[in-house]
Structure formats: C-alpha cells, structure tokens
Design a protein around this ligand. Structure first.
Ligand code: ADP
Ligand code: MG
Length: 616
C-alpha cells in the first residue's frame, strides 16, 4: 500500500467525468459498446504489433474479449468484468491513457460541451473517443488491471491496477499485489451502481452486445452465460455408484423392460443451472452477407458502431469488387449525414479518412498513406474486406502496393456513381438543394483535377432564372447561337444581389441564363474547368463577353457610337488616369450609365479577395 499515491485527474478529465456522469443517463447502455470497442482496439494493436515483433505472440493463445456479470454474495449488487488479451497498458500508460486527456478528439468534445443537448451527448461520447469514461454511467468504482506483453518496449512487463471511484476526483495506479494473472491484456471491473442492476442479467447484456458490438468487433466476444436447462432425471439415477462392468448391461435391460410397459407419464426432468462461455459473434460480418438480406436498420447500426457516429448515415452502397489484379473484395461505402467539425478549415494533410481495410474479416489498416482519399471524399466511411490478399503482408509492403491505389480509385468511382444516382433520384433525405452538391462536390471540382469533370457535373448553382442548376441543365437551356456560358461571381453576396448587378441586366433582358456564383469555391472551379462540353465560361464582369444574338446593326451602331463619343471617351481616359486600362462604349448595359469591368486576363475582385485569404 505504500506505493499507492492518489492522483488528481487533469482538469479536463475531471470536467469530462462530470459531464459524462451527470448528463447522460438516458444513454447509459453505451458503456458496454465503448469498453468492448476498447478491448477490440487493444487486440488489434496486439496483432498488428505481432506482425513486426515476431516474439510477441505464440500464435496459439486465444485473442478474444470476455464479458462476465458476477452477483455479489449478499445478492444486492454486483460487478461486470470485461477482459481482453490485447496489448495491455503499463503503469505509465494507465495513468496517461485513462487519467489524462491528450487526444485532440477529446478536446474537441470538451470544446463542444457547452452547447450539448443532453439527449444526444451519450452518443457523442463515443463519437469523440472518450469512451472509457462512460464506465461511470453505471459504476461507482472502476478497476482496470492491465499488463502489456513482453516486447522491446516493455522488456519486463508487470501487472498494474488503475482504480477510481465515481464520486472522487482522484485515481490510483499501483502494482498488482497478485502478480501477473492475465498473461497480457486488460481487465476492466465495474462495481455497478445500485440503480444499474439490470446489467447483471446476462440476457440484457447479451442483447446490448448483439445490438451494438457484434457488427463491429472482429475478435470473438464471449459472454459468461448462466442458463437454466432441463435435464432428464434418469441421467441422475444412472449416476448412482455401481460397479463399472455391470452398468451397461443393467442399463440395456432396463430399456428393454420400459419398452414393453407403455405408460403416459409426465417427463421426468429437472431444472439445473448450466454456465458456459457463449460466442456472440460467430456469424460472418454483416458486409459479407448478400445485400438483399441486410435491413436498413442493420446497415445503420453497423455504421454507428463502427464509425462512432450518433447520427444515421445518409445513404450507402454495398458491393462486391475486384481490384483488377485478381483480388476480390466486399465493400461498403457510407455517406454520413453531416461533415466532420471544421472540415473546411482542416488542410488535406490533417484530415483523416475512415477507410477500414480488412483481409478475410481481420482488420489490417486505415492508413492508406499516399493513396488516402482526396480531401473532398475523405469524410465518407468505407469498409473494405479483401478475400485473397495474403494475411502476412506487412503494412509497409501494403502501403507501397498498387492494391491500395486500385482500392482508392474504385472507392472514388463508386462514390461518384452513388452521388450521380442520388442526384437523379432526388429523395426526401437528399433533395435537389442538398449541401453535398454545393460543398464537397465543388471542393472535388476545384481541388481534384483528376476527378474534376465528374464532380463538377454534379454541382449545382443558382442562376438568374432558377435554383439548383447543373452545367448540363444550363447547356440544354442555352439560347440559339450562344457560345459562352455566362456567370457572375461575387463571393458571399446573396444571389438576389448578383441578379440585380449591372453586368447581368442586359443579358437577363435578352433571356440569357447567368450563373450567379457566390460560394468561395465557385470561381476557383470555373477557372479550373475553363469550359463545359466545349463551351467556354465567360465572366460577365469581364471583357470578352459576346452575345449570341448580336445583330449586324448593333455591331455597327457600337462602332458609330464609339466615333460619336470619342471626345467624351478621351476626356474620361484622362480623368481615370492609370486606374483603368481603357474606357470604351459598351452594349452590355440597359439602365445603368456605366460599369467598371475587369480585364479578361485580370482577376476579378472576388478572386483577388480569395487569393489573399488563402495565402495568409
Ligand atoms: P479511445 O478508445 O477513443 O482512444 P477511450 O476513452 O475509450 O478513448 O480510451 C482511452 C485510451 O485508453 C485508449 O486510446 C487506449 O490507449 C487506452 N485503453 C482503453 N481501454 C484499453 C484496453 N482494454 N486495452 C488497452 N488500452 C486501453
Ligand atoms: Mg474507446
């Protein structure tokens, strides 16, 4: 006991524990999902480390998660014990992982807690990866016993205990007086609160595990299950001690006798308690099933459990594919119903994509290195399960293999197909004005030159005539003789404001459609595209504008007018000095007397603003 030192939680942890304990009662069930998910993560880390450290794993001892409910002797309370044979934690790791919050996701969670509505925050716990603290939803006291495997990192591992009570702001970490009882791995013991006794009923626990964990846990989960079994009473009678040699003969005689006497007797059985480890996830993972047999609800649960999102996915696509070099796989692409926080503020380097690559149902990596999805697609969630990739392929080899590149390209292709399909279907969930069409797809068209055409085709804009107009919509509505696609870009200005611009008025009066572009990305992507279906984009605020229906007389009259107003033009040129390149007679205005336009090679005010914003 001399080695026990009470430690204060880091202040953020203390705050987080309070939030978790006080405000999330409606979602208490999440604790089991969070703890099993940690166990699964630990097993995954162990297996992945064992790929490079050959001495770590004997290849024989079981890698699994076990869950056991134990009633106290007094019959009042009880505890739940969740054990894994994973990577374990040293004393320092117990302190830093469970007592200090160093993870960015957690800080993000805390930054958001002021605006939390308590009904949904239970799921946010998981979404932000602060899962361990959900233990205190159901437990007064939590004990974590852990030991890492013998490795170069821990040459002499020892077993330690982390112990913390819900009502105290402190925890202890101390060497386990029992020595090493686990081999390697972690055992979490929850001393249940008096109002959380329902979790001692194994059938309740199993139900929760079935709902939230079996989909997303690749290692076996076993639950210690006490079941009442009816057993024939005869079995017991046979157990009456007899000499071995006589038993069989006597038994046969007895059967023969009974066959002759047929009596309607009540079955001679009795009830006994049988305890056994029950394998919860013996079914193959959901994504291996025929899509026709999977319900929407199951897809939703798998998504929420795997990607820790409280909200349901917007849509998904589930298919079988082939990487092109003979490796076949199953894939499931989910489109979340929202973008991650700060999606647009993050640079490409810091945005992480959630593509989980499995080989034969065993998780391999989420790290695609240089073949990570491009930023615009990085928010979708993907499960890939390859059938024939050799399991012993190291992550390093995998990273440089063409396989990841092929998978990346395939995901992009399928994702674009999916977006194309939902763009046509136009459902209640994904209406024509859905943000997908003017955020991420525009980002794709602006950022990802390789997929520019395909993403741009799905983007939508407001015009002077209608909303949600795609480039193809525009082309099919273009006037006869029109050989430019007209647009006016002014970032941040409402579309109505742009519609009233002097640059738009004459075109509008003549019945032309003009894209009114006010999103930061619009002008960038137009510059990247230059043309659509061979027709050039023309900024109506710039020189170079040509009407398709200019008549001979009009062209002539412009020339005559230029001659007639030459003195005025010359005087104006002197007045504006070097601020303008030229002063000309224009036919593009209807009611306004004059307009300042950008040179066709110059940047508009809008792009200049954008450039100075991004170069900061
Ligand atoms: P997250 O799982 O999102 O990282 P948690 O609060 O669930 O957040 O867990 C915090 C950290 O504690 C984990 O990142 C991991 O390092 C460690 N941890 C939790 N449970 C286990 C376990 N069963 N085995 C090993 N490490 C664990
Ligand atoms: Mg966790």
């Amino acid at each position: 006991d001399t080695q026990r030192v009470k430690q204060e939680y880091q202040s953020d942890v203390a705050r987080l524990r309070k939030i978790v304990i006080n405000s999330l009662y409606s979602n208490r069930d999440v604790f089991i999902r969070e703890l099993i998910s940690n166990a699964n993560d630990a097993l995954e880390k162990f297996r992945l480390t064992a790929l490079t450290e050959k001495d770590l794993y004997d290849g024989v001892s079981p890698l699994n998660v076990t869950v056991q409910a134990v009633k106290n002797e007094d019959g009042v309370g009880g505890r739940i014990i969740i054990t894994d044979t994973g990577i374990g934690m040293s004393a320092e790791e117990l302190t830093s992982n469970l007592g200090i919050l160093a993870k960015s996701g957690t800080s993000e969670f805390l930054a958001n807690t002021d605006s939390l509505d308590t009904t949904s925050s239970g799921n946010l716990i998981g979404a932000f990866g602060v899962g361990f603290y959900s233990s205190f939803l159901v437990a007064d006291k939590v004990t974590v016993t852990s030991i890492p495997p013998k490795s170069s990192k821990h040459p002499n591992p020892s077993q330690n205990v982390f112990s913390s009570s819900a009502d105290e702001g402190t925890f202890e970490v101390y060497p386990d007086p029992r020595g090493n009882t686990l081999g390697h791995g972690t055992e979490v013991t929850l001393e249940l609160k008096t109002d959380a006794k329902q979790y001692l009923v194994t059938s309740n626990l199993m139900k929760l595990i079935n709902q939230h964990s079996v989909f997303s846990t690749s290692f076996p989960i076993y639950v210690w299950n006490e079941v009442e079994k009816e057993v024939p009473i005869e079995e017991e009678q046979e157990e009456i001690p007899q000499s071995d040699s006589e038993t069989e003969d006597d038994g046969e005689e007895a059967v023969v006798e009974e066959e002759k006497v047929v009596e309607p007797v009540a079955p001679k059985t009795k009830k006994i308690m049988v305890s056994q480890w029950e394998h919860m996830n013996s079914q193959p993972p959901l994504w291996m099933r025929d899509p026709k047999t999977v319900t929407d609800e199951e897809y939703g649960l798998l998504y929420q459990a795997t990607f820790k999102d409280f909200q349901k996915p917007l849509t998904w696509t589930h298919f079988t594919g082939d990487s092109g070099d003979g490796v076949s796989f199953r894939a499931l692409i989910y489109v979340p119903s929202h973008l991650p926080n700060n999606f647009f503020e993050q640079t490409t380097e810091t945005s992480t994509s959630d593509v989980k690559l499995f080989v034969k149902h065993v998780f391999i990596t989420s790290d695609f290195g240089e073949y990570a999805l491009p930023k615009w697609a990085s928010w979708v969630k993907v499960i890939i399960d390859a059938e024939d990739l050799p399991l012993n392929v190291s992550r390093e080899t995998l990273q440089s293999s063409a396989f990841l590149k092929q998978i990346k390209n395939l995901i992009i292709r399928r994702l674009l197909q999916l977006f194309g399909r939902i763009a046509k279907e136009e459902s209640r969930e994904i209406p024509r004005d859905h943000w997908i069409y003017n955020t991420v797809l525009k980002l794709g068209a602006a950022d990802d030159s390789k997929n520019r055409e395909r993403t741009a085709a799905l983007t939508r804009y407001t015009t002077n005539q209608r909303n949600n107009t795609s480039f193809d919509d525009y082309i099919s509505n273009k006037k006869q003789g029109q050989h430019q696609i007209f647009y006016l870009a002014d970032m941040g200005k409402p579309a109505e404001h742009l519609a009233g611009s002097v640059f738009v008025e004459k075109l509008h009066a003549r019945g032309y459609e003009i894209f009114l572009m006010n999103e930061p990305l619009d002008e960038v992507l137009i510059h990247g595209l230059e043309s659509w279906k061979g027709i050039k984009f023309q900024d109506v605020a710039k020189a170079g504008l040509k009407f398709g229906d200019d008549s001979e007389e009009e062209v002539e009259s412009t020339a005559t007018l230029a001659e007639k107003f030459a003195p005025l033009l010359n005087w104006l040129k002197v007045q504006v000095g070097e601020h303008a390149r030229d002063v000309v007679v224009s036919d593009r205005l209807v009611t306004s007397p004059c307009a300042v336009v950008a040179d066709s090679f110059g940047l508009t005010a809008n792009v200049q603003r954008l450039m100075s914003a991004t170069s900061r």
